[in-house]
Ligand binder design. Structure first.
Ligand code: FES
Length: 162
C-alpha cells in the first residue's frame, strides 16, 4: 500500500491520541481514504496489524459506515448534494449534467479516468443550493450552466496535464 509519508506520520501521531489503540480505527480509515481515495483490501490488514486487532474488527467498521469506499475513484471527486434544499433547487439535474459531461454514471470512474461523481448528504450550505464539492472546494448555486462551466474547467486542467 503506497501511502504518502505525511499520511504515515499523521497515522502514527493520531494513534498516540487514544489510550486504547483500537479506538484509532475510524480516524485511520479516514486518513487512508483521504490519501488513496478508497480503502483497499490490504489497508484492512495493515490497520489491524498497526492497531494490534483482528482484521475482522476493521472490516466491520468499513462495512458499517457508508462513507468508506471500497473501489478506487477518478482523479477528481465530484460530490453533489442531494438533501432537501439542494434537491428542490435542482441538485439532481446538476448531477445529470456532470454525468453527461463526463460520459459516466454516479459511482463509476469516467472513461478518461478523470472523475467520479457521487451524491452526498447535506454539505451545510443549504442557503446557496444546489451545492457541489469538487475535491476539497465547495461550489455554490451550481445550476446546469455552472455545472457545465465547472466540467469544462476540469477538462481543461486535465488536458494541460497531458
Ligand atoms: S441541503 Fe445541500 S447543502 Fe444542505
Amino acid at each position: 500500500m503506497n501511502l504518502k509519508p505525511e499520511t504515515l506520520a499523521k497515522i502514527d501521531e493520531v494513534i498516540t491520541h487514544y489510550p486504547v489503540k483500537r479506538s484509532a480505527t475510524l480516524p485511520l480509515l479516514h486518513l487512508i481514504q483521504e490519501d488513496l481515495g478508497y480503502i483497499p483490501e490490504e489497508a484492512i490488514t495493515w490497520i489491524a496489524t498497526k492497531l494490534e486487532i483482528a482484521p475482522i474488527n476493521v472490516y466491520e467498521v468499513v462495512t458499517f459506515y457508508p462513507m468508506f469506499r471500497r473501489k478506487p475513484i477518478g482523479r477528481r471527486h465530484i460530490k453533489v448534494c442531494r438533501t432537501l434544499s439542494c434537491a428542490l433547487m435542482g441538485g439532481y439535474k446538476t448531477c445529470e449534467t456532470f454525468e453527461k459531461e463526463f460520459n459516466t454514471h454516479r459511482g463509476e470512474i469516467s472513461p478518461d479516468g478523470e472523475v467520479t461523481i457521487e451524491f452526498v448528504e447535506c454539505l451545510a450550505s443549504c442557503g446557496t443550493a444546489p451545492v457541489v464539492m469538487i475535491d476539497d472546494d465547495l461550489h455554490e448555486k451550481v445550476d446546469c450552466a455552472k455545472a457545465k462551466q465547472l466540467a469544462e474547467q476540469i477538462k481543461k486542467e486535465a488536458a494541460q496535464r497531458r
